[in-house]
Design a protein around this ligand. Structure first.
Ligand code: ZN
Length: 431
C-alpha cells in the first residue's frame, strides 16, 4: 500500500491551492490543507491536469527518418516511398526498440493513452506482432491501442482483405482503412465497407485515414458518416486527417458537418504532419491543409489531435509532446482567441480520451476525490503558460505510482556582471 501526497497544487475549478493524498491507486483526499504523508512533494503552485492522450501515432515508423535514405522533397508520396524501402528490413526487435523509446518520450510528456496505427500491408505482419509484444511490457496505467492500418491500400493487392482480417485475429483493437489511396473511387468505397464489415464481425471500433489529400473531390467521409448512421455505430467511428475538408466548398462542408454530428463520427486532426505535407501542389496562395478544426468543434463534433509522426519519413522532427501538437493546431486553425484555449487543449485531453473510450477519464480537466490517480502536474500556474511554454510535466502519476519526474528547467542570467538571477518565462501576471 503506497501512500503519498502532493501539496500546493493548482486544480482547474478550484480558486485556492489544494493538497491531495494518493493511496491504492486512487486520490483518497483532496483539500486546501492536508497533513504530510510519509512521501510528500511540494508542487509549488503547479497546475494539475488529467493525463494527456495521443490518439493518432504511427509507432512502427518512429525514429526511421533518413534510414536508408532521407525524404529530400518532404512530400507525402516520397515519405511512402522511403517507408517502403525501410519496411523491407523491419524486424520485431527493431520495431520494439524504436517504439519503446517513443512511448518513453510520450510518458515523460504526460501521455498515458496512445492509439497507434500499424501498417498491415506486409505479409508477415511484423510490425503488428512487435507492438502486440511491446504492449505486454507497458507500466500499469499506460494504454496502447493498435489500429490495423493498410498503408498501401487494401484493394491494390490481392490479399489485402485477408491481411486486415488476420491483423484483427492477431489482436489489433481497431479497424483502419485508407479509401482515398485506393486506385479507384469504387475501391475506396469497398475499403470503408470492409472496415464496417470487419468491425461488426470482430466487435471493434473504426479509425480510418480518410481524405488525406488536397483533392476537393475526395469525399469518402460522407460514406463513413452514412455507414455509421446505417449501422448505428455512433461513438465508435473516427475519421483521421480529413484534410480534403479544408478544400471543400462551404455548401458541401456545411452539409457534411451536419451529417457527422448526426452520425456521431469523431475527427482526428494531425497538424504537425499535415501543415508540412499538404498544399504541396499549390502555387501561392498555399492551402494550410488541416481539417476544419474550429468549425467542427463549434458544430459539437468531437475532435482530437495526434502527433502522427516522430522523426519518420513523413515528419522529421517532434518529441512526443501533445502540447506541441495542440500549439500547432491552434496556430493553423487560428484558435488563439482568449476563449478558445480550453477547446484547443481538449483535442489532446478530454476529446482524445473520449475517442479512445478511456472509461476512467474525467469529463472535464478537473480531478475529484475517489478518482483513479492518473494525472500530471506541470511547473506552470495556468493553461496559458502551459500552451505557451509547452513544458515537461514535473510529475506523471499513473495507476497511483509516480511514473516520470522532471525537475523544472531554470536559466540563470547576469543582467549586471556576476549578478545571476533566474529567468522563469512565466506570464507577467505571475512575476
Ligand atoms: Zn496517420
Amino acid at each position: 500500500m503506497t501512500t503519498f501526497s502532493f501539496h500546493h497544487v493548482r486544480i482547474p475549478g478550484h480558486d485556492s491551492l489544494h493538497d491531495l493524498r494518493i493511496q491504492d491507486g486512487r486520490i483518497i483526499q483532496l483539500a486546501p490543507s492536508l497533513s504530510a504523508s510519509p512521501q510528500s512533494y511540494d508542487a509549488q503552485g503547479g497546475l494539475l491536469l488529467p493525463p494527456l492522450s495521443d490518439p493518432h501515432l504511427h509507432l512502427d515508423a518512429v525514429l526511421t527518418a533518413g534510414d536508408p535514405e532521407p525524404n529530400r522533397s518532404g512530400t507525402l508520396i516520397e515519405g511512402i516511398e522511403r517507408w517502403n524501402q525501410r519496411k523491407k528490413y523491419l524486424t520485431e526487435e527493431d520495431v520494439m526498440v524504436r517504439a519503446r523509446e517513443a512511448i518513453r518520450w510520450h510518458i515523460a510528456h504526460g501521455v498515458l493513452y496512445i492509439r497507434s496505427h500499424v501498417d498491415v500491408s506486409d505479409d508477415s505482419l511484423t510490425a503488428l506482432r512487435a507492438l502486440l509484444r511491446l504492449r505486454q511490457e507497458l507500466p500499469p496505467g499506460v494504454i496502447l491501442q493498435l489500429v490495423a492500418f493498410p498503408q498501401d491500400g487494401i484493394f491494390c493487392r490481392p490479399n489485402g482483405p485477408e491481411l486486415m482480417e488476420e491483423a484483427l485475429k492477431l489482436g489489433a483493437d481497431v479497424v483502419g482503412g485508407i479509401p482515398h489511396y485506393e486506385w479507384t473511387r469504387e475501391d475506396g468505397i469497398k475499403d470503408i465497407q470492409l472496415a464496417f464489415d470487419l468491425a461488426g464481425k470482430y466487435h471493434r471500433s473504426i479509425d480510418i485515414h480518410c481524405d488525406e489529400t488536397d483533392d476537393d473531390h475526395s469525399r469518402f467521409l460522407e460514406t463513413m458518416a452514412k455507414l455509421t448512421l446505417d449501422n448505428q455505430w455512433a461513438g465508435r467511428v473516427t475519421a483521421s486527417h480529413t484534410t480534403a475538408m479544408a478544400s471543400y466548398n462551404e455548401a458541401y462542408a456545411f452539409k457534411l458537418m451536419r451529417m457527422l454530428k448526426e452520425a456521431g463520427v469523431a475527427i482526428i486532426a494531425n497538424p504537425l504532419d499535415n501543415i508540412v505535407l499538404q498544399g504541396r501542389f499549390d502555387q501561392y496562395p498555399k492551402r494550410r491543409g488541416m481539417t476544419r478544426v474550429k468549425e467542427l468543434l463549434r458544430s459539437g463534433i468531437c475532435v482530437g489531435a495526434g502527433h502522427d509522426s516522430i522523426v519518420d519519413p513523413w515528419y522529421p522532427w517532434g518529441t512526443g509532446n501533445p502540447l506541441f501538437v495542440a500549439s500547432m493546431l491552434a496556430h493553423i486553425a487560428q484558435m488563439t482567441g482568449a476563449d478558445e484555449l480550453d477547446a484547443v487543449l481538449s483535442t489532446v485531453t478530454t476529446n482524445a480520451a473520449q475517442i479512445m473510450t478511456i472509461s476512467s477519464y474525467p469529463p472535464t480537466l478537473s480531478v475529484h476525490e475517489g478518482q483513479p490517480a492518473n494525472f500530471v502536474i506541470y511547473p506552470v500556474a495556468d493553461k496559458v503558460d502551459l500552451i505557451r511554454l509547452m513544458p515537461l510535466p514535473r510529475w506523471v502519476v499513473a495507476a497511483g505510482q509516480i511514473l516520470a519526474h522532471t525537475e523544472p528547467q531554470t536559466t540563470q542570467l547576469a543582467w549586471s556582471p556576476d549578478q545571476f538571477e533566474p529567468v522563469t518565462f512565466h506570464s507577467p501576471r505571475f512575476l
